[in-house]
Structure formats: structure tokens, C-alpha cells
Design a protein around this ligand. Structure first.
Ligand code: SAM
Length: 300
């Protein structure tokens, strides 16, 4: 099994190309969100900036608003966000409704929980938002407590998605709603003149950043196994054509980690990232990825 320590081989004929993107048996590299507690403070600050800027990108937040508007939360609903990061999604949910809903965010990173509390206080939302350190695989909450559980771009990062869904089921009230929102990162693609190398860089980026890059392909089955009834699936394409902001930030944030992973030669990544910047300057940038919101109910 290849690891991040494997040396890069010839141009693009690497581990990345040999992998079947639909395979369950994808060799692991060190997903920075999964191993966030091993990162140095400057790398954590980079992730904080990326999460906050992403949470303000209209192309991205409208996908959140689409599923959030379907949650049908009661006036005093209790919501759990697993993998809440800087709390940007919890803050969006709290501010898009005039209801007095209470949101608990849990995240494995003490550093992110600390900034999530600060951001919530800054927006005077601290009475309705609570953030705690916790592991989505073993929630501290009592069973049957929440009206809704949200997993917003976290299932692609966890060690064991099935266990996380099982825990979400346990803490939901009967007839409570789960939303699992994430990308299908085998569909992540950037324009690059050398199409063969571009495809390898796309997949190397997906493998570097996401522990489970194709987990959404298995979500119907995973939800059914956990006992959920699937109620709706929202399918969305996020694309930036001409200008790049969301995908530029993704490329800039993760290109150094992709280079460290050895999945593609560093020279190819340097060429690729320069080409992305040039494409933005010349208004001919192209990048896209498919995202899905799986909405499911714990049976009554
Ligand atoms: C991509 S971020 C998403 C944060 C937030 N949901 C958002 O969309 O802005 C993924 C988050 O999941 C957290 N995470 C990963 N694995 C986790 C686990 N097993 N338990 C709790 N949090 C986890 C990471 O620390 C990180 O903050």
C-alpha cells in the first residue's frame, strides 16, 4: 500500500493515476482536517482562514441555505453540528432564522473550538451557540437529544463514516433529521492545458485533502445501514469559470501539502499552480466539483 512517504515516480504515472477513484481501498495520505491536532499553529491558522473565507463564498453558502431551508426546525429546536470547525456554518444557521434554535458544535480540534467561541461571541450569538471538543465517532451527548444533526464537509474527513452515522442516529430524536453535505471529490477538476497531468493533479489534490474523497457515492447505502430513511438528495455543481475565488483558495491552501504527499512530482504541481494563477489573471480560469446534500430521517 502506498503511503505519503512514497517517492514520486515518473511524471503523472504515479500512485494517483493507478488508483481507481471509486475504490473503497484508497491508500491514505494525511488529510489535514483529520490530523488537524498534529499541525503546527501556522498551518492551523491557514485552515481557519480557509474555512472562514469559504463560509462567506456565495457559490458555496447557497448550497448550505438550500438544505437548511428544508430542515423545518421548530422554534426551539436543538441542532448538533459535528465537525463544526470555526463555527461558520453554525453561525449561518443561527442567523438565517428568527427562531431561537440552539446549536451545539463539536470538533476534535481545541484550537478550532476556541476560535469558534470567539467568532460566536463577536456576533453576539454565544447564548444560542455552544462549541465543545469532541469526537464524531463517540459523541458525549445523551441518546435521542437533538432535532437535527448536520455534517457539513466532515464525513469526507473522518476515520470511520459508518460509525459517525451510527452516532448521529443515536443522538437524534425519533423523526429527527440528519443532513450529510459533502463533495464527490473524484469530480473535482481544474482546467490545465496538459490534460493528463491535470487529471493526476486533480486526483492527488482530492486524495491529499480528503480522507474519504468518494464517500458520497456510498452515502445511500451507509445511511440505510445506520438505520436512516433517506428523504431527499440535493445535487449541486459548484463551478468557477473566468474568475476563481473558492477553488483558487483550495488550490493555494493545499498545493504545498499535495507537494509533500509525493503523489505527483513537485515540478508538475508548481507548473499547475502557476497556470491556475495565470488563468485567473487572464479571466480564463475553470474549476468545478459536484456536491450533494443527503437528507435523512431517524424513523419514529
Ligand atoms: C472541512 S472542516 C468543516 C468545518 C465546518 N463544518 C465548515 O463547513 O466550515 C472539517 C472539520 O471536521 C473536524 N473533524 C474531522 N474529524 C473529526 C472527528 N472525528 N470528530 C470531530 N471533528 C472532526 C475537523 O477538525 C474540521 O474542523
Amino acid at each position: 500500500m502506498a503511503t505519503s512517504a512514497d517517492p514520486p515516480s515518473d511524471s503523472c504515472n504515479t500512485t494517483a493515476r493507478r488508483q481507481d477513484p471509486t475504490s473503497h481501498d484508497i491508500p491514505q495520505v494525511r488529510d489535514p482536517h483529520r490530523f488537524i491536532n498534529d499541525l503546527d499553529p501556522s498551518a492551523i491558522n491557514g485552515l481557519i482562514d480557509r474555512l472562514e473565507s469559504r463560509g462567506k463564498e456565495p457559490a458555496f453558502t447557497c448550497l448550505f441555505e438550500n438544505y437548511a431551508s428544508k430542515l423545518g426546525l421548530s422554534k426551539s429546536a436543538k441542532v448538533l453540528e459535528i465537525g463544526s470547525g470555526t463555527g461558520v456554518i453554525a453561525r449561518l444557521l443561527a442567523s438565517m432564522t428568527d427562531k431561537q434554535i440552539h446549536i451545539t458544535g463539536i470538533d476534535q480540534s481545541p484550537a478550532l473550538v476556541k476560535v469558534a467561541k470567539q467568532f460566536a461571541a463577536h456576533e453576539k450569538l454565544e447564548n444560542r451557540l455552544m462549541f465543545k471538543v469532541g469526537d464524531a465517532h463517540a459523541l458525549q451527548s445523551v441518546s435521542g437529544h437533538f432535532d437535527a444533526v448536520i455534517a457539513h464537509t466532515v464525513i469526507s474527513h473522518v476515520t470511520d463514516p459508518a460509525m459517525v452515522l451510527k452516532e448521529a442516529y443515536r443522538v437524534l430524536k425519533p423523526r429527527g433529521t440528519l443532513v450529510v453535505f459533502d463533495g464527490d471529490y473524484a469530480s473535482l477538476t481544474y482546467g490545465f492545458d496538459d490534460v493528463e497531468v491535470g487529471r493526476c493533479v486533480d486526483w492527488a489534490l482530492a486524495r491529499t485533502v480528503f480522507n474519504n474523497p468518494v464517500v458520497m457515492r456510498h452515502m445511500s447505502q451507509l445511511l440505510a445501514t445506520a438505520g436512516f430513511e433517506l428523504t431527499e438528495i440535493l445535487s449541486d455543481l459548484v463551478s468557477e469559470i473566468g474568475q476563481g475565488s473558492y477553488f483558487r483558495s483550495m488550490a493555494d491552501t493545499y498545493a504545498p501539502l499535495m507537494a509533500e504527499s509525493g503523489l505527483v512530482p513537485k515540478a508538475d504541481i508548481d507548473r499547475w499552480i502557476k497556470a491556475q494563477h495565470r488563468a485567473i489573471e487572464e479571466h480564463r480560469f475553470f474549476a468545478s466539483c459536484n456536491y450533494y446534500s443527503f437528507m435523512a430521517r431517524r424513523p419514529g
